[in-house]
Design a protein around this ligand. Sequence first.
Ligand code: NPW
Ligand code: K
Length: 487
Amino acid sequence: MRAADAFTIKNKEITSIDLMESASMAFVKAFAEEVPDHETSIAVLCGKGNNGGDGLAVARLLKDKGYTNVFVYLIAFSSKVTEDYTANLKRLEDLWFPLVTVSKAEDLPELKEELIIDAVLGSGLNTELDGEYKLLAQRVNALNRRVIAIDVPTGFPAEGELRKDSVYLKADLVICFERPKINFFFPESAQAMKHFRVVSIGLDEDFIQKTSSSYQLAEALDIRGLVKPRESFTHKGTYGHALIIAGQQKTMGAALLAARACLHAGAGLTTVSVPESGLTAINTALPEVMYLDRADLQPDTLEKFKAIAIGPGLGTGKETADILKTIFQLKVPLVIDADALNVLGNSPDLLEQLPSGSLLTPHMKEFDHLFGAHQSWWDRLETARKKARELQSVIILKNQYTFIIDQTGDVTINPTGNPGMAQGGMGDVLTGLCASFRAQGYSAKEAAVIACYLHGKAGDELAETEISVAASELAGKVSGTLKGLIK
Ligand SMILES: NC(=O)C1=CN([C@@H]2O[C@H](COP(=O)(O)OP(=O)(O)OC[C@H]3O[C@@H](n4cnc5c(N)ncnc54)[C@H](OP(=O)(O)O)[C@@H]3O)[C@@H](O)[C@H]2O)[C@@H](O)CC1
Ligand SMILES: [K+]
């Protein structure tokens, strides 16, 4: 993003001070939606870099907009200032704006304001906070006021490991410029911020698009671009035959959920392989779904499938390992989940035989069981990027924001989904969706991106009217949600 700033200034005939003005205006517009009451008393804490420069411009623009109680505190711990900071300070001084200079954290007065705007440090941060900045952050945190940060919370690195003992100036909301930072998507970011929103500041979009970044945020438009419309004269054979190998006598529900999702996501045919005791349940609950006896899981029977998903409720015993050995010999695209992942975690030799182009769908525990324990999500994601390249497979690392890591190590972040979906069976549904899209001929990465986005989006739609979302309900909803996405 810093490169995009520089490119825009150079090529769009916009000066850096005007870009700062544009960023500050975008901030103020979003701020006004969040804090509509113009009487709110606001303290703007400004460091001496460009983040502080934004803060000074924001204070002036808030006044212009009719906010009557805006107070500026100049956090003067450093002797260095930027040019645009100085220019914005002059603009404020010309308006006789009252300014309080804070040379040491202990000099910060007992702030009376209801709301604090954090413009102390932004993306220029080069190491974790210590000294006066750390003391300042701790003092402000202790006030327990509502804090809205400009671009990033002070002390929060845009990328790299988020250490548990780091100190940040905690924000309720971050209004950040142009693109979210990768570290916003890790659970550890909760130590520094509750929510974020992104505002456009007019950076050169072509440049951003062309600049290769290892991280992409999935958007509805991407899904529209990926999903192929259904053409006339197509038939069930066009949309592939998926097989789901899942369930034991006491975990039949997992198989039913995966099969249900596979069916509703549009596979031409769905077959499920469960113990025979599950046959009645399949016939009753999912009359469209066919059954394959476990004894028939042999290479010549399996070659005909366009995708095979394995794992939900399957158990971690020898049977699962044996089935994995069989399907690893085939040329059929695979989706590996749950107990099948745990079996691979138990046997590295078998993991080495994983066919390229497979799709793995671990949650954090399954991931760490497969590839070793991790202290931070940054490290976990780095391992996922390495392993996806080594295995030439796609990894869906499930989390509040799910990461989809492709064979080149690039990461697509899925933004859909909500806490209402925190219920058992959701992973089984996702596996069914992956199998369905793989069977329909999508690549492992395409299938993963469509499945994750659709899964969360269907959940979001249900959560508009429901506190919690049941997995079976979600599985039944995906077809309608997909239709809405591609309209
Ligand atoms: N580029 C653009 O065109 C636009 C940029 N914009 C805005 O600029 C922000 C980035 O501004 P920035 O690059 O000036 O850095 P900023 O975050 O203000 O801090 C710089 C100072 O912090 C210091 N410092 C670093 N780490 C430290 C630490 N741990 N503890 C203590 N000090 C530390 C560092 O000192 P140094 O290490 O260099 O001696 C330096 O003096 C960005 O977030 C956005 O808000 C928008 O206006 C849009 C246009
Ligand atoms: K900040």
